[in-house]
Design a protein around this ligand. Structure first.
Ligand code: NAD
Ligand code: UD1
Length: 331
């Protein structure tokens, strides 16, 4: 099937393109490269030895998106394209609302015009807010503390309403937990330019000697060792989750957690990284980061039951693959 992958040059999108090509799909990527590089496309082709059709366009551009649908018979859309930096979304709310919500509308409108009824959307566990763990898909969502989280919740509602009004529309809304790791080849991963906000890219930069030490944001949370607990998931497991979601699309809107169901604390992750790679990661405990919650992990049973998908890779392989990519990565 011809799959349009928006944001396919990015971290999760590029790894998903590999999984889609390996599953026998034809991949058409639409990406404006605002947070990625052209060479991600070349690396996808290098890994799979298959062609990728690439359009460097903004997915908010109605005419450019229409051109793709008129040039190719699109069988389904996986919509990754979006801005994702939480702090930046507080500083530039309009950019986030415009980019992340308009793109969902432009794509679904074009899908309607061309009769494309298969859609997979990148949401985030951030929509659960500070609910009680484990997070289950049926929980009421709590208002987000930042515009980024709101763009995901609003896009979810738009897609759900479209599915209610048009019974032929099949959409899978995937709530990712914390994707880390990289492709085993070390060729595609999370290219961290500048000072990373997220834990794993920071840890790999400390290991590489780019940063002196990790700052652990708080050790007084009600968790196993006082540090924040998250559900880290290997990006390749996440990529396979998209293929499963696409293969199992059924009419209506369906929401799935893509997580492992396991919580890991910051200090446990540091220890796992040291063990996996034989490198010490110096750290210091500092104040809590505003907006952080104590614990976030999935109830991952719905995706297992309905998609036949579970995450297979453990925290050691996530740490090993993240480090292999960082070692290879040059800005
Ligand atoms: P990423 O920044 O690596 O990839 C996003 C891609 O979208 C980039 O290549 C960027 O150039 C492209 N893009 C952005 N706006 C665009 C536009 N208007 N037109 C065309 N291309 C555009 O991010 P990622 O980590 O791969 O995340 C993919 C999706 O998953 C995003 O929607 C993100 O919000 C969501 N998500 C990510 C995480 C995470 O931790 N990485 C967690 C939950 C959800
Ligand atoms: C962050 C986003 C969230 C998004 C998710 C995607 C914020 C506030 N939240 O969540 O919206 O969906 O990424 O992966 O940015 N930590 C440190 N030191 C660091 C960095 C992080 O101790 O230098 C801790 C954090 O306090 C947290 C854990 O590591 O306990 C994970 O942090 P991070 O990787 O930023 O992810 P989230 O906070 O889960």
């Amino acid at each position: 099937m011809n799959i349009l992958v928006t944001g396919g040059a990015g971290y999760i999108g590029s790894n998903t393109c590999v999984a889609l090509l390996e599953a026998g799909h034809t991949v058409i990527v639409a990406d404006n490269l605002c947070n990625s590089k052209n060479d991600a496309i070349e690396k996808i082709m290098q890994i799979t030895n298959k062609e990728v059709i690439f359009y460097q366009i903004d997915v908010n551009d109605v005419v450019a998106v229409d051109t793709i649908f008129s040039n190719h018979e699109i069988g389904g859309v996986i919509h990754f394209a979006g801005l994702k930096a939480v702090g930046e979304s507080v500083e530039k709310p309009l950019e986030y609302y415009y980019n992340n919500i308009l793109s969902t509308m432009v794509l679904t409108k074009t899908c309607q015009k061309y009769g494309v009824n298969r859609f997979v959307f990148s949401s985030s566990a951030t929509v659960y807010g500070d609910n009680k763990v484990p997070f289950v898909e049926t929980m009421d969502l709590l208002p987000s503390t930042n515009p980024y989280g709101e763009t995901k919740a609003i896009s979810e509602r738009i897609l759900t309403d479209i599915a209610k009004a048009n019974p032929a529309f099949s959409v899978s809304i995937l709530r990712y937990f914390n994707p880390i790791g990289a492709h085993e080849s070390g060729l595609i991963g999370e290219a961290s330019n500048g000072i990373p906000n997220n834990l794993m890219p920071y840890v790999t930069q400390v290991a590489k000697g780019i940063r002196e030490k990790l700052r652990v944001f708080g050790n007084d949370y009600p968790t196993i060792d006082g540090t924040g607990v998250r559900d880290y998931i290997h990006v390749l497991d996440l990529a396979e989750g998209h293929v499963a979601a696409l293969d199992n699309l059924t009419e209506g809107a369906h929401i799935y957690n893509l997580g492992t169901g396991q919580g890991t604390s910051v200090l446990e992750l540091v220890k796992a990284f040291e063990e996996a790679n034989g490198i010490e990661v110096p750290y210091e405990i500092v104040d809590r980061r505003p907006g952080d919650i104590a614990s976030c992990y999935a109830d991952a049973s719905k995706a297992k039951q309905e998609l036949g998908w579970t995450a297979k890779r453990n925290i050691i392989s996530m740490c090993r693959d993240a480090w292999r990519f960082e070692k290879n990565f040059k800005e």
